[in-house]
Design a protein around this ligand. Structure first.
Ligand SMILES: NC(=O)c1ccc[n+]([C@@H]2O[C@H](COP(=O)([O-])OP(=O)(O)OC[C@H]3O[C@@H](n4cnc5c(N)ncnc54)[C@H](OP(=O)(O)O)[C@@H]3O)[C@@H](O)[C@H]2O)c1
Length: 307
């Protein structure tokens, strides 16, 4: 049997990330059934061959169930509902960004039901997924990882297996702490360059070509140049991840001065009600603090993702 149809897949959570991930599996030809609290968001997946189920426990008869919701509380709620009947899946692959403690509690709940569990958080936003560049960091039993790996590969450029237990959660938290610190610094230096006299697109063109440029600095460039703050990741979700990082820093006794400061700058933005747009609106805060008013430059710049 082809790898694609070897397992019946289930998917819980068709938000910005979940939609794009499940879409890749459906388009690849996998046998996938999906559930979302707001059903309408899942319906467009039907045209790629996915089935949409009305009741979450209907996914318990699938072999591998992926979860992509928001917080640990949401994960707990959907997994409790998934396991509320007599059926249970063979494996749950949990991809949301949640705490170590939440992940460990989930492992306990699932192991009591003899369901295998992989912690598999991701790096990349919905556009990155569309471009085929999503990556996973995974922990849990190695054999479960080997079984899930072909599906993880179909959703992006692959996965890194980091060991047993909840290690993947720590790796993801570290990654997102860097995301917060880097976006704040990128906003600071972009405003500095502009206030010193150069257009933002010219400065970022140089930065993106330099050794400091990255996939991230490139794909944030259109937002910083043209002030398109269409949400990819909300300030609240980023604050959650910085809080998770600071909690881990306390637990392992690791000072994180840059991360603490970044967390508070983000808090300042959220406190002012800037919550609905992209987290890169940190640029607007930085501009205000520097006494300048930003205008879109209306220059076509590459995000490094579209071919
Ligand atoms: N966006 C990014 O760039 C990015 C990157 C890497 C990782 N992540 C992580 O990926 C996860 C999802 O992020 P996202 O951007 O896709 O968020 P999102 O667009 O807000 O989607 C959240 C999804 O979770 C569902 N949900 C939330 N609470 C629920 C509950 N109590 N019961 C049932 N369903 C619930 C939502 O259902 P409804 O549609 O009904 O609201 C929706 O499908 C988060 O943990 C985030 O930190 C995000």
């Amino acid at each position: 049997m082809s790898e694609l149809k070897k397992h019946k897949l289930g998917w819980i959570g068709i938000g910005r990330m979940g939609y794009a991930m499940a879409e890749r599996l459906a388009k690849a030809g996998c046998d996938i059934a999906v559930w979302n609290r707001t059903r309408a968001k899942a319906e467009p997946l039907v045209k790629y061959g996915a089935k949409v189920v009305d009741k979450l426990p209907a996914l318990a008869s699938r072999d591998i169930v992926f979860v992509m919701v928001s917080t640990w509380e949401d994960v707990k709620e959907v997994v409790d509902k998934l396991l509320s009947g007599s059926a249970k899946p063979r494996m749950v692959v949990e991809c949301s960004s949640i705490s170590l403690e939440g992940s460990a509690e989930l492992r306990k709940i699932l192991s009591e039901k003899k369901v295998q569990y992989l912690a598999a958080p991701v790096s990349g936003n919905a556009k990155v997924i569309k471009a085929g560049k999503l990556t996973f960091v995974v922990s849990g039993p190695k054999a479960a990882y080997e079984a899930a790996k072909p599906y993880l590969d179909m959703m992006g450029t692959g996965s890194s297996y980091v060991g047993e237990g909840e290690l993947a959660r720590i790796a993801k938290i570290c990654h997102n702490v860097m995301l917060g610190v880097v976006i704040q610094n990128l906003c600071e230096i972009t405003i500095l360059a502009q206030k010193a006299g150069m257009p933002r697109h010219a400065f970022l063109d140089f930065l993106n070509k330099s050794v400091m440029g990255s996939m991230f600095t490139r794909y944030k460039t259109p937002a910083l140049v043209n002030l398109d703050f269409h949400v990819t990741f909300t300030p609240r979700l980023l604050r959650k991840d910085l809080d998770l990082g600071l909690d881990a820093g306390r637990e392992f006794e690791v000072p994180m001065p840059l991360s603490s400061l970044t967390r508070d700058l983000l808090q300042q933005m959220i406190g002012q009600g800037m919550t609905e747009q992209d987290f890169s609106t940190l640029l607007l805060m930085q501009a205000k603090a520097s006494g300048i008013e930003l205008k879109p430059e209306n220059v076509q710049v590459s995000d490094g993702l579209s071919s």
